[in-house]
Design a protein around this ligand. Structure first.
Ligand code: GAR
Length: 197
């Protein structure tokens, strides 16, 4: 049984997609042990609690500096003896020590077709604003392993989504979530649980 930790910062619809996929048998052989957020107001924490999953918040604001926060975050993650860490809308830079310790065990969902609209400054709705501004006709989502760079690790899965005339950033974001993110993130977890990666 793959022991999974999910790290979140916001609404947690990707977390919900993972929990639903476990419940309906799309993901087998995996269990979410803990959900960790940097943001006490993250609705994702509520989703975890509703599911009977331990929900933990570690806010950088509660620590004297970034190093102290990073150390506490790694200590917290270590407590659960995880096989896989899923960044599902986790908008904090993962500490280098965690990346090194959990090499090839951290995956991230990004709401574009990497290498487009990724890297520093591209997160959440900003990604879709940039895609619309550039006028692309296709966008999508990517699941990738996390390395020391920003959105630069090996790609696991991608799925394309059409941009429709008149799309607002929010409409595009919703379509990318529904048609791509909520599908390829559970799929990637299942691939890892199956030992296919
Ligand atoms: C998702 O669209 C995810 O791809 C994005 O944040 C959103 C979180 O939504 N992540 C990034 O932009 C990372 N660079 P959710 O909390 O509803 O899952």
């Amino acid at each position: 049984m793959l022991k999974v930790g999910v790290m979140v910062s916001g609404g947690g619809t990707n977390l919900q997609a993972i929990l639903d996929a476990i419940d309906n048998g799309t993901i087998t052989n995996a269990r979410v042990e803990v959900v960790i957020s940097n943001n006490p107001g993250a609705y994702a924490l509520e989703r975890a609690r509703n599911h009977g999953i331990e929900a933990v918040c570690l806010s950088p604001k509660s620590f004297p500096d970034r190093d102290a926060f990073n150390e506490a975050l790694l200590d917290k993650v270590d407590e659960y003896d995880l096989d896989l860490i899923v960044l599902a809308g986790f908008l904090v830079t993962v500490p280098v020590a965690m990346i090194q310790k959990y090499r090839n065990k951290i995956i991230n969902i990004h709401p574009s077709l990497i290498p487009s609209f990724c890297g520093v400054g591209y997160y959440g709705i900003k990604v879709h604003e940039a895609a619309l501004k550039r006028g692309v006709k296709l966008t999508g989502a990517t699941v990738h392993f996390v390395d020391e760079g920003m959105d630069s690790g090996p790609i696991i899965l991608q799925k394309a989504v059409q941009v429709l005339p008149g799309d607002s950033p929010k409409e595009l974001q919703q379509r990318v979530m529904e048609e791509a993110e909520w599908k390829i993130l559970p799929q990637a977890i299942q691939m890892i649980a199956d030992g296919k990666l």
